[in-house]
Design a protein around this ligand. Structure first.
Ligand SMILES: Nc1nc2c(ncn2[C@@H]2O[C@H](COP(=O)(O)OP(=O)(O)O)[C@@H](O)[C@H]2O)c(=O)[nH]1
Ligand SMILES: [Mg+2]
Ligand SMILES: [Zn+2]
Length: 329
């Protein structure tokens, strides 16, 4: 399947699977802005197919209720939608000795800013000698959202996820490769996952071997499996304030409004690090992610500015090129 086509489920026909080719207009829009590319979970409009053999032409992506977006990989400030219209975004991480909290926080920022309900799912609980300790370790990062410990082989801890599915929710799984997303998907949906259908981009370009898939759960709801992400750049508009609400609360209590939390007297953030209430790692992680988001905000501003400038120039050109005596005047 080429880049300009994707799998769809037909709403009018009991969600039977079909293939849709993108309309030329959609292709152009996607070239200009990757966020306009149909993503797994999108609701789209189809028109009857053209003579090229495609049964359907995808003409429009409907507005997204929620979107998990990361910064595009191509070094631009464009964003890429990993999952659309999910009700729950599950940040999946394995209970392994080198569990990367910074990565969890980074993904949680995407989850919070998606507009969906964020959840942290710690997999491989059966491999951990003390799952409770792993949960405590992650608790601060997951403040304000559900934190689940699960084991796929033992079928433990999956009930909350199953309950959301039974309510008809779409759950998007995001996380690094190897954390257990596909295993979780299988545990939630049963062994007939291979028989379920996909909606998403398949074979997006030469370098992409991954698919983003939407799997319908037999009892209702759906699970969106996203590819294992090696890098997830934060776009300018992130949920960092949600992920680091505890640090921000502390910062509100610093003596100086413009406290940089480095050497200032009366700094509540540094005091919390001192007493151990706030792990130093978490402060560093907040700083690093904030710097990144601020940098992207500046880039996004610059891009907007450039777009405005070129639009203004085009308008000026059009104005100059206008007939001196417009007809009808
Ligand atoms: N023991 C154990 N192994 C798991 C669990 N979840 C996943 N795995 C294993 O972790 C490896 C990676 O899982 P996979 O689902 O492919 O990860 P993905 O890349 O995130 O989709 C596989 O060998 C799984 O069998 C779990 O809950 N317990
Ligand atoms: Mg997988
Ligand atoms: Zn301070």
């Amino acid at each position: 399947m080429d880049k300009r086509a994707c799998g769809v489920l037909l709403a009018d026909e009991a969600l039977s699977p079909a293939t849709a080719r993108w309309s030329p207009r959609l292709s152009r829009a996607a070239d200009e802005d990757p966020a306009a590319t149909p993503a797994a979970g999108d609701w789209v409009l189809l028109a009857p197919g053209d003579q090229d053999g495609a049964a359907w032409v995808l003409t429009e992506v409907l507005p997204r209720r929620t979107a998990v977006e990361r910064l595009g990989v191509s070094g631009t400030s464009h964003t890429q939608v990993l999952a659309a219209n999910a009700d729950v975004v599950a940040v999946v991480a394995g209970m392994v000795p080198d569990l990367d909290l910074g990565r969890v926080e980074r993904m949680l920022a995407l989850a919070w800013s998606s507009g969906a309900r964020p959840v942290v799912v710690l997999t491989k609980a059966d491999l951990h000698p003390d799952p409770g300790a792993a949960i405590s370790l992650v608790a601060a990062s997951a403040a304000g959202c559900d934190l689940l410990a699960v084991s796929a082989p033992l079928d433990e801890g999956l009930d909350p996820l199953r309950a959301w599915l039974a309510e008809g929710a779409t759950i998007a799984l995001v996380g690094a490769s190897g954390v257990g997303k596909s295993t979780l998907l299988n545990a939630l949906l049963g062994d007939d996952v291979m028989a379920t259908r996909t909606l998403g981009n398949e074979g997006k370009g030469r370098h992409t071997t991954v698919t983003r898939e939407l799997h319908l759960a037999p009892g209702g709801g759906a699970v969106l499996d996203t590819p294992g992400l090696r890098s997830v750049g934060l776009s300018a508009d992130t949920g960092l304030d949600d992920v680091f609400a505890d640090v921000i609360d502390l910062a509100d209590r610093c003596r100086f409004n413009d406290c940089a939390h480095t050497v200032e007297p009366g700094c509540a953030v540094l005091e919390a690090v001192e007493t151990g209430a706030l792990p130093r790692r978490r402060l560093d992680s907040w700083r690093a992610l904030q710097r990144e988001a601020a940098f992207q905000a500046r880039r996004a501003d610059a891009r907007l500015q450039a777009a405005w400038t070129s639009e203004r120039k085009a308008r000026t050109r059009a104005y100059r090129a206008r007939p001196t005596h417009p007809q009808g005047w």
